[in-house]
Design a protein around this ligand. Structure first.
Ligand code: BT5
Length: 259
């Protein structure tokens, strides 16, 4: 990234501080360390490449130099937000989806709980992690990995789900620094609505596989199938099984697949 442009854009979005790395292990790891040193709300850790980028449950996230963005946003959730921490993962995905749709005219969707899809392929993944001292929340790190250029798309042997990148879906040149600025603008705005019913409704209207038959992998090779019925105010997925039984799934480590 160009640091002069980055600095100007982040300043415009009132980002209090940021740490930028050409390469780091994981921006989430850096952000977690920074929280224990007293990082302010909306401080950012940004990297062009990661050597140990992570997804959920120890899975790997690949960030390619000059082709991707890895960003970790430091958040200090309010007391009300602390009752619904799972919504942050949804907020990250929704804010990026809104950026692609509104600022770049690229039709994208959210895939519950932590992906952004373009044309049914993953272009970004979100990893929200919390830092606790005893039972007191010190902060939350919202890590977002975004594929921008073609070379960011990992080889299929590294993938559980098809992948794409933003640049393949627009002729407009994507500048990583501006994309980050738009993302932060949308995220800070949408966070104010996150606990209100319209947020859940809007999320549902942009949810991949809504009203379709899907399977949920609940671990140990156990699959639960049903029709995706939406999400509840906690951000949990609602599935209707063929028996008519309604089940909800919390944002844990479960994988959703189309059938
Ligand atoms: C995620 O996990 O999708 C969350 C990824 C979060 C990455 C960000 S980057 C900034 C911050 N710092 C970090 O260290 N992490 C966060 P999950 O749903 O578990 O998906 C992981 C799976 O996505 C992998 O097992 C691969 O199949 C696939 N994958 C890995 N890299 C990818 C990429 N660049 N594009 C598309 N899919 C990818």
């Amino acid at each position: 990234m160009n640091e002069t442009i980055l600095n100007k854009i982040l300043d415009k979005h009132h980002i209090p501080a940021y740490r930028y790395f050409e390469v780091t292990d994981s921006t989430n790891t850096q952000a977690i360390n920074w929280i224990s040193q007293g990082a302010e709300e909306y401080s950012l850790v940004i990297a062009d490449a990661q050597t140990a980028g992570r997804g959920r449950s120890g899975r790997k996230w690949i960030t390619t130099p000059d082709a991707s963005i890895a960003v970790s946003i430091i958040i200090h959730p309010t007391t009300e937000e602390q009752d619904r921490l799972g919504l942050f993962s949804l907020l990250g995905g929704y804010a990026l989806m809104a950026t692609l749709n509104n600022q770049y005219g690229i039709r994208s969707q959210v895939k519950w709980p932590n992906d952004v899809l373009i044309d049914n392929k993953k272009t970004a993944g979100i990893l929200a992690e919390t830092v606790w001292q005893g039972d007191k929340l010190q902060g939350l790190v919202l890590g977002i990995g975004i594929n921008i250029k073609e070379s960011s798309i990992p080889s299929t042997i590294d993938l559980l789900f098809p992948a794409t990148c933003i640049q393949s879906h627009t002729k407009k040149e994507i500048e990583a620094e501006s994309l980050l600025g738009h993302l932060m603008g949308n995220l800070t705005y949408l966070r104010k609505t996150m606990l209100m019913p319209p947020f859940i409704d809007q999320y549902k209207s942009n949810l991949a596989y809504m009203d379709q038959l899907i399977s949920i992998d609940i671990g140990d090779k156990n699959l639960v199938s049903g029709v995706l019925h939406g999400i509840n105010p906690q951000g949990e997925l609602i599935l209707i099984e063929s028996s008519g039984n309604k089940r909800t799934f919390p944002i844990g480590d479960i994988k959703l697949r189309p059938q």
